[in-house]
Design a protein around this ligand. Structure first.
Ligand code: SF4
Length: 386
């Protein structure tokens, strides 16, 4: 058997002292065990314990020889980041985690539980972070105000999903229609960080979460959201994975977009839309455009008309997701119901399909970066107190 090199993420991330098995594809796991003299079927057993039985540690893996369990304990880890805080929204449908990575950095992960609606069944969606902090500085985003710390490893991304998979197994959610939800069904890569800035680790995590020996979450149930990094969009178009693509657009022209999204200087809207056309042409998949509605900034009917005109070339292959800004966002006001309705109507009249995403968990500050910003401020206040 050929020995498989386990990628070393230490140039962009803190190197774990023990091998993080959550960051290995099944083939890599087979290779890692083969280097320790173990046959392929041990990899199947181990992956089954990690992703199917959702074992919290190696001690629980009863059909592995005791000597192997001891070796795994010494040389490997499946623990993932430590939970610093977990809070639940009053309605119980949004749960947010503040996780502490091995190097002390903080990231956030959110579980959102949705009842059945129309044709779609009840679902459990995890919103995953791909970086600690973010380099892109969008003004409406708490993470953007922190600056960039580092990329997450594939294992650190997978661990966020695994946490909620374990939690749902032990504390299933009973949806209003009586359906019991005991597994993670959907993923959105929309937490802290820009996924395409950390392309390799993000796509590796997608493969691990999608693999039959992993959590086996369908690629069609995963959405990667980007501020429009053109090389990432073009790379994703070449992947043999049916992952959904979402673009954070938030403005109908470059001048306006630049005020909230500095990335526009590097990738103007026209370039992003060209890349989306290429992506849609190659994959035949629809692109979702996310548009945060900021009262008095980008929510007027003329903005909707401009947006509809912009999307004409993609009309059959795009959808606009309107997101009224989170109440807790600094410096921005929530648009009125009337403004949202008028915006939707104008888009529809322009031939662009659209929907409004209900914001989740205002009472637990669910928008990305808010909890860790709060924690950082608390830490600096504590350090000033001593
Ligand atoms: S919205 Fe996304 S890309 Fe922009 S600063 Fe926040 S995390 Fe970064």
């Amino acid at each position: 058997m050929t020995s498989i090199q386990i990628p070393d993420n230490s140039t962009s991330s803190a190197a774990p002292a023990r091998a993080d098995l959550l960051g290995l594809t099944f083939l890599e796991l087979v290779g890692w065990l083969a280097e320790r003299g173990q046959p392929t079927f041990r990899a199947k057993q181990l992956a089954g314990w990690i992703f199917n039985s959702l074992a919290p540690d190696f001690a629980a893996m009863r059909n592995l020889p005791a000597t192997l369990r001891e070796q795994l304990d010494r040389e490997a880890s499946i623990a993932g980041p430590a939970v610093r805080t977990e809070i639940k929204a009053k309605d119980g449908r949004t749960r947010k985690l503040l996780l502490e990575l091995a190097d002390g950095r903080l990231i956030e992960t959110v579980l959102m539980l949705y009842p059945a609606s129309g044709e779609s069944r009840a679902r459990a969606t995890v919103c995953v972070s791909t970086q600690a902090g973010c380099a892109y500085g969008c003004t409406f985003c708490a993470t953007g105000q922190m600056g960039f710390d580092r990329h997450l490893t594939a294992g650190e991304i997978v661990a966020q999903v695994l946490h909620f998979a374990r939690e749902l197994r032990t504390q299933p959610w009973v949806a209003p229609d009586g359906e019991t939800i005991d597994r993670v069904s959907n993923l959105v890569f929309m937490g802290m960080g820009e996924p395409f800035h950390n392309y390799d680790n993000t796509l590796k995590a997608v493969r691990i979460l999608n693999m039959p020996e992993g959590l086996n979450i369908g690629a069609r149930h995963m959405t990667i959201s980007t501020v429009g990094l053109v090389p990432g969009i073009l790379r994703l178009a070449e992947e043999p994975l049916q992952v959904n693509l979402a673009i954070s657009l938030h403005a109908p022209n470059d001048a306006m977009r630049l005020r909230t999204m500095p990335v526009t200087r590097k990738y103007p809207i026209a370039q992003v839309l060209d890349a989306c056309r290429e992506y849609a042409g190659r994959t035949n998949r629809q692109v979702t455009f996310e548009y945060v509605l900021l009262a008095g900034v980008n929510d007027a009917p003329e903005h909707a008309r401009e947006l509809a005109a912009l999307l004409v070339p993609l009309r059959q292959l795009c959808h606009v997701n309107l997101i009224p800004v989170n109440k807790t966002a600094a410096n921005y006001a929530v648009p009125t119901g009337e403004a949202i309705r008028a915006f939707r109507e104008t888009l529809r009249a322009g031939g662009v399909s659209n929907s409004v995403r209900a914001e989740r968990g205002d009472d637990i500050a669910a928008a990305c970066g808010q909890l860790s910003t709060h924690e950082r401020r608390k830490q600096s206040a504590d350090s000033l107190d001593v």
